[in-house]
Design a protein around this ligand. Structure first.
Ligand code: DX5
Ligand code: ZN
Length: 218
């Protein structure tokens, strides 16, 4: 388990001022910028295309953690690479060829991650765990911010921690959805080392962001 990093999800930011919002979380001590990409097909919401990511790229030097909720995945990977994504994660259900997609992302020199939905078993990543840089556990169903943390996912985080430690590779274990001060503490205890938070960071206005991020970390 590495030091905890906080990745604010800009899904909860002011979409009319995304550049300033990213600058504000950068100043406030965020470690990564989490970008939720939804296609209105794999998930019932439509959000951020590669052109927007490219425009945002110049507003922060932090790593861009791009969470693709799109199907199919491969045709759009080059566009997000070109837009400046550092980590690219995708859902195995969106496939169709999970290992091929991992290789594709890595062929561009970017870090590759797999996202496990609440009902997706850990066993899905086992055959390719050694090829991954990150595993993202969804603690809500993907599509919207502001949902409640699904308790059953703590056990999955703990089991993944064991699997990663057994492998002995520095694979990030990220959790996304319903992360607040209370659930953050339990995620870290279960073995998570990257926490995504939308609502919990972007609440109270920019002057609160630093305190919100610090509260999640400690
Ligand atoms: C959901 C997204 C999450 C979401 C988190 O599909 O992947 O990143 O924005 O938002 P909160 O922290 O509000 O649950
Ligand atoms: Zn996300």
């Amino acid at each position: 388990q590495q030091p905890v990093r906080i990745a604010p999800s800009i899904l909860s930011a002011d979409f009319a001022a995304l550049g300033q919002e990213i600058e504000a979380i950068t100043r406030a001590g965020a470690d990564w910028v989490h970008v939720d990409v939804m296609d209105g097909h794999f998930v019932p919401n439509l959000t951020i295309g590669p052109m927007v990511v490219k425009a945002l790229r110049k507003h922060s030097k932090l790593p861009f953690d791009v969470h693709l909720m799109i199907s199919p995945v491969d045709p759009l990977v080059p566009a997000y690479v070109d837009a400046g994504a550092d980590v690219i994660s995708f859902h195995p259900e969106a496939g169709p060829h999970v290992h091929r997609t991992i290789q594709l992302i890595k062929s561009f020199g970017r870090r590759a991650g797999i996202v496990l939905n609440p009902a997706t078993p850990l066993s899905v990543v086992e055959p390719v765990l050694g090829d991954l840089d990150l595993v993202l556990v969804m603690s809500v169903n993907p599509g919207f911010g502001g949902q409640a943390f699904i308790e059953s996912q703590f056990a999955k985080i703990a089991a993944l921690r064991k699997a990663i430690d057994a492998l002995g590779k520095p694979i990030d274990l990220e959790v996304d959805g319903g992360v607040n001060v209370e659930t953050a503490k339990r995620c870290i205890k279960a073995g998570a080392d990257v926490l995504v938070a939308g609502t919990a960071v972007f609440t109270g206005g920019p002057e609160r962001y630093a305190a919100n991020i610090e509260a999640l970390r400690s």
